[in-house]
Ligand binder design. Structure first.
Ligand code: ASP
Length: 425
């Protein structure tokens, strides 16, 4: 059901906010023609050209990864090339170098990968001194009899394998963290959404009316604090956004070739300001990424804790094994998350989830719990099958999520301040 988001958000009552999954189910328009064409035929053999899908932040590395496949390269090397491009970029604060740190100011990276042809997997969690977590996960797969290494052991393994020791915290991310720390934002401590006794703060339920003044005041306070902290002018908007709306980042990428080979990889710095040691879904095989080239490959970005609870990537591949299309398989996993909260929108609006789904014949889908991001941009995913493009994601709920943990007096609707820096493609 198509719906104007602004109108939807301002007029919706909690009861109407997506309680009827079926009613709001899938945005029928998005990609319908393409999907219908792809899905009309039964699952066939491998595609005639390589197909890659990823989260939209894979844009910069996607051409390189695709070229590797055209030249007969390995599928895992190709999907890692997509992740590595962003891991190397200090201006991408969601993965690798420059990733936003934990509550103590330490950057901790997570990644996992699966190699379809050899049916092997590798993963690392809480890596502090190695920017290319995706390559390190691959090294665990190739050079150990284990699947997952975490924390200090993972970094020691990196040194043993010859990875350089990288300082991951860039000056801009350190400043953003300092601003968060000094403005005493709510932390991740205390019971989470999934706790049966968890109550969304009363002043958030039902949603208070939008208060532009509150936001302006908050922003002014943070701007003053940013000035005191000597945060350069050109970084201030960015740092304030990160404090007000802690990011979800993460890159997932999956690929299939005409030989029928498939791989998948997910890499992230995890949630901003997380409790040190926290691992989300991204390093968990079966949650952040899962590949079985007899069937397909899937991966996730978004609220890691929610995805772990439904083993999202594995669930999706199994759904396809049992005959669901990529889109149905992804939406089913999203519905399981909604079910975990009894479809309670007061909680679900703090959950953000996207899945990227690729079937062995090249059929694909990207699906999202919410139609828009927290900053009101249409949710999209990236695909390359000879031409690289962004496609809108079908979704369960119209609107955008709010950042969790809920912040006292956070209004339901965020005024549109516009992006503080150009959005990456
Ligand atoms: N899934 C990641 C995590 O929970 C974060 C994200 O994708 O934004 O660590």
């Amino acid at each position: 059901m198509a719906m104007d988001r602004r109108n939807f958000l301002t007029t919706a009552t909690l009861a109407s906010l997506g309680l009827t999954l079926e009613a709001q189910d899938i945005n029928q328009k998005d990609g319908r023609a393409a999907d219908a064409k792809r899905e009309a035929s039964a699952v066939g053999g491998p595609p005639s050209k390589p197909v890659m899908i990823s989260s939209r932040n894979g844009w910069n590395g996607m051409d390189k990864g695709y070229q590797m496949l055209l030249e007969g390269g390995d599928t895992l090397d190709a999907v890692i090339a997509v992740g590595k491009t962003q891991e190397d970029d200090p201006n991408d604060d969601s993965v690798g170098l420059g990733g936003l740190p934990n509550e103590e100011g330490g950057v901790e990276l997570d990644s996992c990968c699966m190699h379809g042809p050899t049916r092997r997997a590798g993963a690392v969690g809480g890596v502090r001194w190695t920017k290319n977590a995706s390559l390190l996960a691959q090294a665990v797969m190739q050079h150990t009899a284990h699947v997952m290494l975490v924390g200090e052991g993972a970094d020691r393994f990196a040194r043993a394998m010859g990875f350089p020791k990288d300082e991951l915290l860039t000056e801009r991310s350190r400043k953003a963290w300092l601003l968060w720390k000094e403005s005493h934002r709510d932390s991740w401590w205390g019971p989470g959404l999934s706790d049966p006794n968890y109550r969304v703060p009363p002043d958030l339920q039902p949603p208070p009316p939008p208060s532009a003044q509150w936001w302006e005041q908050k922003r002014r306070e943070l701007e003053e604090l940013a000035a005191e902290l000597a945060i350069p002018l050109e970084w201030r908007g960015h740092c304030i956004d990160r404090v007000l709306f802690p990011t979800h980042g993460t890159i997932h990428c999956s690929a299939v070739t005409p030989k029928g080979e498939m791989s998948g990889m997910t890499t992230t710095c995890g949630l901003a300001w997380k409790i040190p040691g926290r691992c989300g879904d991204s390093p968990i095989i079966g949650a952040g990424s899962f590949t079985d080239q007899d069937v397909g490959s899937a991966g996730a970005t978004g609220s890691g804790e929610e995805n772990i609870r439904v083993a999202g990537a594995h669930t999706i591949v199994e759904n396809m094994r049992h005959g669901m299309t990529p889109r149905e398989a992804g939406l089913d996993a999203l519905k399981r998350i909604a079910r975990n909260y009894r479809h309670n929108p007061a909680k679900l609006r703090y959950v953000d989830m996207q899945y990227y789904v690729l079937r062995k014949d090249g059929a694909y889908a990207g699906v999202s719990l919410w139609s828009h991001t927290a900053s009101d941009k249409r949710r999209q995913f990236l695909v390359h099958d000879g031409s690289k493009r962004l496609e809108d994601m079908p979704y369960l709920f119209a609107g955008g999520p709010l950042s969790f943990p809920p912040q006292a007096r956070e209004p339901f609707q965020r005024p549109n301040y516009g992006p503080s820096q150009p959005e990456k493609k």
